[in-house]
Design a protein around this ligand. Structure first.
Ligand SMILES: [Zn+2]
Ligand SMILES: [Zn+2]
Length: 398
């Protein structure tokens, strides 16, 4: 098998120019969630040109391609997300976004590119492939529920995958490093809003009002006790109030205050506990002040939890493509990823491919207007994903 993986590494590197061209074209034309029409067209055309059977329009703009290997074996799902963000790009690169207010600021242009490259190579190695590979190009990862829409529309059936893999280019990690580890890797994300309803009036006559602003302020303070007093100190939990809106004038007591925030945790019991506590704190404090709190909580994404066997496969792929020094372990991330929707239903691994390069000035975090990726990470991503699919087919064949 060793010579095959040497060939994968060489072929991925030889594809570099094509990968950079794809990525820059996609970067110039970013599309927001569920609007990835041009991107989906490029993906579908390429997969069809390779001879894959292709389904389009899943979850509006999602594309699925099926590649049959020569040998019998399992179905391996590879997922690549496609959407951009509503951010004005501040980079001065020749491949800068041509669309004001839209930008590939998370690297999903690179993910689509890696998907196209991986399909190209795996198609070339069909005679070495056990089972089949289901390429899933997903819309709307950025908090819009693209993954769950694809699941609802049957992406995990006909054929049902036995294992699932996804990757994220990651600028907190230098190019050449890959983080794949078992267990909780990215947090579950929740959303909450609290509408505090009081009774407005003149700022000089507070006794005739029910001030929702004072109540909201106490709720914000009280919510801090969920982490410090309610969560098990050995658990990880974040409760953040990110929005607080009230009032229109300095001398008016408003009728309403609105706060919104997010809960992050690595297990759903902790998340449910936090949601229950924030509801009773908000409702109780509002009631104590003669106001009312309308609380809404919602789970946006479950946690990304990686399967031990799938992690072993990715690490083996990194070893073959990059070398032992490419494998790193990092602290789990409190951000969320809707790859979790696939991984709660199919065992698999979501991993980070380093794309930071200090020498090139590629140091900005995800969602920053100066975000960029080191394009040297593209052939690494293609090589590792290709090797992962080959190994997963081989390991699960019987
Ligand atoms: Zn993002
Ligand atoms: Zn992302």
């Amino acid at each position: 098998m060793d010579t095959l993986f040497e060939q994968v590494r060489r072929d991925a590197q030889a594809l570099r120019e094509q990968l950079v061209a794809w990525r820059r074209d996609l970067h110039r034309h970013p599309e927001l969630g569920f609007e990835e029409k041009r991107t989906a067209r490029i993906v579908a055309d390429h997969l069809k040109a390779l001879g894959l059977s292709v389904q389009e329009g899943i979850a509006q703009t999602g594309v699925v391609g099926l590649l049959e290997g020569t040998h019998p074996g399992p179905t391996v799902l590879l997922r690549f997300d496609m959407d951009a963000l509503p951010i004005e790009e501040e980079n001065d690169a020749p491949y800068r976004s041509e669309h004001p207010g839209r930008m590939h600021a998370c690297g999903h242009d690179g993910h689509v590119t890696i998907g196209l490259g991986t399909a190209t190579l795996l198609n070339r190695y069909r005679d070495h492939l056990h089972g089949r590979v289901k390429f899933v190009f997903q819309p709307a990862e950025e908090g819009m529920g693209g993954a769950s829409r694809m699941v609802e529309e049957g992406v995990l059936e006909h054929p049902r995958p036995d294992m699932a893999f996804g990757l994220h280019l990651w600028t907190d990690l230098p190019t050449g490093k890959v983080a794949a580890q078992a267990g909780p890797f990215m947090a579950a994300a929740g959303f909450f809003s609290v509408d505090v309803v009081g009774r407005g009036g003149h700022g000089a006559q507070p006794h005739l009002t029910v001030d929702p602003l004072v109540t909201a302020a106490q709720i914000v303070t009280a919510l801090q006790t969920i982490v410090s007093r309610n969560a098990n100190p050995l658990d990880t939990l974040v409760v953040t109030v990110g929005e607080l809106h009230a009032g229109t004038a300095f001398n008016v007591i408003p009728a309403q205050a609105i706060l919104r925030g997010t809960v992050r945790a690595f297990d759903m019991n902790t998340m449910q506990m936090a949601h229950a506590r924030l509801r009773s704190l908000a409702e109780g404090i509002a009631q104590a002040h003669g106001a009312r709190a309308d609380v809404r909580t919602e789970v946006i994404s479950p946690p990304v939890v990686n399967d031990e066997r799938a992690v072993t496969i990715v690490r083996e792929a990194v070893r073959r493509i990059v070398g032992e020094e490419g494998i790193v372990t990092i602290d789990p991330i409190m951000a969320s990823e809707d790859m979790a929707e696939f991984l709660t239903r199919v065992p698999g691994c979501f991993y980070f491919v380093g794309a930071r390069n200090e020498a090139k000035g590629i140091v900005y975090g995800h969602h920053h207007p100066c975000f960029d990726i080191d394009e040297d990470a593209l052939p690494i991503g293609v090589g590792v994903m290709t090797a992962t699919a080959l190994l997963a087919g081989e390991r699960n064949k019987g």
